[in-house]
Write a protein that binds this ligand. Structure first.
Ligand code: CO
Length: 204
């Protein structure tokens, strides 16, 4: 593990050389404008692919970028980001070829994680008609990756934290993006929400 500490020392030295006040400023406060909710996949590092520095994005990652109504971990991240840090944007970012999505619709058992991935299986089952024209499994997985992002954007918008923020007039947009592991590019799925009237009555 030594090389990780060597990398770290070099990075810290270079960062200070570029901006002597960098760490001092960050230790006084963080004021990120963005909350990123992404997949744990090692190929999708939020800061690197968006060119953001430490201090600029608050990050929550889990397998298959899920926002589950009762997941206190994710809900606490959203609440802290919105109420305390006052982020302006929440980005749910999935990625094509997601291993979590693939596992969810494969027939191979993967252990405990199968329970977490049931949320994706439910989504697939509820929307089975949308997959009838998929020529192959890869197309099916990529379409489900997109649908999963849209579902999680909706889930973010239904949280009491986001509803309360909009209710008091706080400016907050929720976006759905997807990342291409094969080309390094982000795509906006154009499902941005910024007001409660975009959400069905029962969730308001
Ligand atoms: Co993934």
């Amino acid at each position: 593990m030594k090389h990780l500490f060597e990398n770290n020392r070099r990075w810290a030295e270079k960062t200070v050389a570029d901006d002597p006040e960098f760490f001092k400023k960050l230790s006084d406060q963080q004021s990120p404008e963005y909350l990123w909710i992404g997949c744990s996949d090692s190929r999708v590092p939020a800061n690197q692919i968006t060119g953001l520095l430490p201090g600029e994005v608050f990050v929550h990652r889990n397998v298959a970028n899920l926002v589950i109504h009762t997941d206190l971990n994710c809900l606490s991240v959203i609440q802290y980001a919105v109420d305390v840090l006052q982020v302006k944007h929440i980005i749910v970012c999935g990625h094509y070829g997601c291993g979590g999505v693939e596992t969810a619709i494969s027939e191979r058992p993967a252990g405990l994680i199968d329970n977490w991935l049931l949320h994706i299986k439910d989504l697939y089952h509820r929307n089975s008609s949308r997959f009838s024209d998929c020529a192959d499994q890869k197309t099916r997985i990529d379409r489900l990756c997109e649908l999963n992002v849209i579902e999680q954007v909706n889930n973010v918008c239904h949280t009491s934290t986001v509803q309360d923020a909009w209710g008091r007039g706080q400016s907050l947009q929720v976006h759905g993006w997807i990342y291409g592991i094969n080309n390094g590019l982000l795509k906006d799925l154009e499902v941005t929400f910024e007001a409660p009237d975009q959400v069905p009555d029962v969730y308001r």
